[in-house]
Every structure is written in structure tokens, then in C-alpha cells.
Ligand binder design. Sequence first.
Ligand code: UD1
Ligand code: CA
Length: 457
Amino acid sequence: MILAAGQGKRMFSPMPKVAQEVAGRPLVRWVIDAAAALDPDSVVVVVGHGADRVREVLPPRVRTAFQEEQLGTGHATGVALAELGELDPHDVVVILYGDTPMLGSELISELASLEADEALRMVTADLDDPSGYGRVLRDDNGNVVGVVEDRDATEEQKAIREVNAGIYAVRAGKLAESLGQVTADNRQGEYYLTDVVGILAATGNKLVAVKGSPEEVAGINSQDQLAEAQAAKRREINQRLMESGVWMLDPERTYIDVTVTVEPGARIYPGVHLEGETTVAAGAQVGPDVFAVDSTIGANATVWYSVLRSAVVGEECVVGPYASLRPGTVMEKGSKIGTFVETKNTTLAEGAKAPHLSYLGDATVGARANIGAGSITCNYDGYDKYETVIGEEAFIGSDTMLVAPVTIGDRAITGAGSVITKDVPDDALAVERGDQKEIPGYAERRRARKTAAEAEA
Ligand code: UD1
Ligand code: CA
């Protein structure tokens, strides 16, 4: 069970804390994924604050239990137990918090491996500054006998540096029994799950404390802790990628979500953000300064100083610098989208090029067609969107306005500066512009007038 009904007050965010993402995965999902290593019979998440937002980020098979009022961790555990229904008393219940993204499956597995005679295992950590945490109480023989919350602790107890991480594995029968005895008789007036530890110890049960590292068990309570977790996950992800053969110039400045796939042999420059279902194939060069979400970058493609959203960049394509590929952009092999070009819902067939200063929306560009600098599709009339089809090897002259719906035939040419409103047949030239006039000597006469005026002044 994963307790996640709290608000996360210190985040000062309208988004429930456990739904906030670290490296592209919500906090609570990091915990669920780590716990999946145990192959649990069921996973139940206790939701409360922002329950709907939290439910949205949960994987399908996870159950939720709704805790209407946050009456304490003990109460939350009771709500989860009720959702789980009848359990075998020997079943092991693992209790985790939804805000500990660094928790690894090894520690959880060790925690859950209760010996036959053990009633509870809990994770503790030694902190230089234990303030705020529950302190672990041990007897003269070193046996754990209870946990005292910071606010209920005596000065002497506050000096204890071993803290309760809030992570436990308990026999279902023992948990239900002891939870029934927990009262809200404390400074915070809450039902403390931690009281279970003292109750079980007092009734002669065997308890075991497992040491965790402070970094691993740390909960996220503030924006700066969230940022620290981002940095730690980033290091892990980049380390794993580099070990697999991905080249990175500066891993500290490379931001790759856990949901992203990068093949060995890809080269990643600084300032790259890869998010969502993005994939980068071998030999591709990405960056400097690329933001890509839910996009595909093919083998040996080059993408730099650009933004990609739900775009497909085929193998050997070139994107950027300063290109914006919006959803529905598909680039086939060897095509190019160059400097200050924006595309949306547009396919560039093999070898097609839009090298400079263009907007292509709702367009199909044929193989090896060339879009001249400054040419755009006028796809929107203020009410509706229309399509532009450009044939194979067509040559769109610079600054052509293609007023959609319009079709340019295969190998057709448009003259620079033309406003094309009618379809152009295959192999034709379409020009739409005023005839050029020359006025001989005009510039010279103008210069003479200017010089005379200056002499008079
Ligand atoms: C808890 C422990 C403390 C431990 C610390 C470690 C108790 C009483 N204390 O204190 O010993 O050192 O964690 O971080 O358990 N939650 C609910 N419903 C509730 C209350 C809390 O779902 O009614 C959830 C919260 O969302 C959170 C977790 O339980 O994920 C911990 O609750 P919190 O109030 O933060 O407990 P701490 O005071 O940190
Ligand atoms: Ca807490």
C-alpha cells in the first residue's frame, strides 16, 4: 500500500504532490514501479487531496482507496486495509509513501523478506539533522521498541539521530490487530501508523530495522527537494545511457526523461530535453539546444537548436537550426527542414527540402521537391484549414504564397514572389506577379536632387 492522500502543503502547488513528475514520471509511479519488483498480489494507493489528478497518473491495475479526511498515517493504512479486504494473517503488507522517488526495489525486497518469526520490518536511516522525523527508540539490547514523533519527543529523544523512514513490511494479521489499538492521543491529534511499532514491540513481537541511505529514503516535501530528485534521476538515466554507448558532451546539461529511448551510438549535445515517448536512433546527432517531446529521431539524422512535438524525423534528415516541428510533421529519409522553418501536419517525402524561413501546414511535399526561402502555405482562411499538395521534384520559388487548397504538379515550378491560388499542372511554370518596369537614370537623378538640396541648406 502506498500512502498518498496528503496535500504536500510545502510544495505550494495546485497540483497534488505525488502527481508531480521527476524525469517524466509522477512521484507515485516511481514508488509503484520500484514496488513492482516484489510482484505484489495487489497494489493499493491511498488517495485524498486531488484524488482525481492522482488517479489519472496511476497505471491500470493499481487500486485506490479514498481517504476523505487526512486523520493520520495510521488511519490511511486502515483505509487501505479495508480496500484490500480479507487477507491471510501471514500475508506481508508493505507500506510505502507516494513521495519517495529514489527508493529502490532492492531495499523494498529486503524489507519484504520477513523471516517466519518476524512481525515487522522497518527502514531507518541515520541523519545528521533528524529534526522533523520520527525517532527510533531502542532498548538496552538494541531492539527496536517504538517510534516517537518529533513533536511528541522529549529533548533527550530529539537527540536520537536514527529516524523512521516511514517504510514498513508487516504481517497482515499483526497490522490489523495493532492498528485497532492506535489512538489519536498525541500532539497532532492524528492516528499515527508509527504507534504500531510500539504496540507490536510491547506485545513480544520480533521487529527488525533495515538501514537505508538518507538519499534513498528521502521524501519530497519542497520544490528544491523536487529539483534535487530531478538531478539525481538525471544522473542515473544519463549514466545508464552512457554505459550503453550513448555519447554525451555534458551529462549535467542533458535532460532525458525515463520514458525516452536513446540507442547506442547517438550523440547528444548540451541543452537537450527529450520527453515523453521520444526515441533517438543510432548515429543521430541531437543538440545543442533541442526540445523534443513524443518524437522520433531516425538514424544518422541531425537535429539542432530546434523544437519537436509529436514529430517524426526520418533517417539522415536534417532539422534546424531554429526549426519548429509541430504535431503531425513527418520527414522521410534525407529530407531537410532548415533555419526558421515551422511545420504542422505536414509530410516531406524522401529528399524534400525546406531550407529557410517557411511555414508548411497541412501539406504534402513530394520527393526531392524544393521549397524556396520565405515560401509558405496559406492553409487557414480564418475559419477552416485547407491542404496543399506539392508534387515530386517540384521547385517552389522563393517567397511563393501557396493559397490552399492547391496542388502543385510533379516537377512544376512557381516563380519567386507568386501568390498561387490555382492548381499547377505537372511540368508547368506558374508565375503570378506584376511585370518589372525599368526607369533608366532614375537613381542618378535622385542623387543629384539630394546633393543640390544639401548645398542650399
Ligand atoms: C511520517 C512518520 C515519521 C517518519 C516520517 C518519514 C507517522 C506518524 N510519522 O511522518 O515517523 O519519520 O513519516 O518521512 O507516520 N498520509 C496519508 N493520509 C494521512 C496522513 C498522511 O495518506 O492521513 C500520507 C501522506 O500523503 C504522506 C505520508 O502519508 O505521503 C506521510 O505523511 P506525513 O504527514 O508527511 O508524515 P510525517 O509527518 O512526515
Ligand atoms: Ca512527510
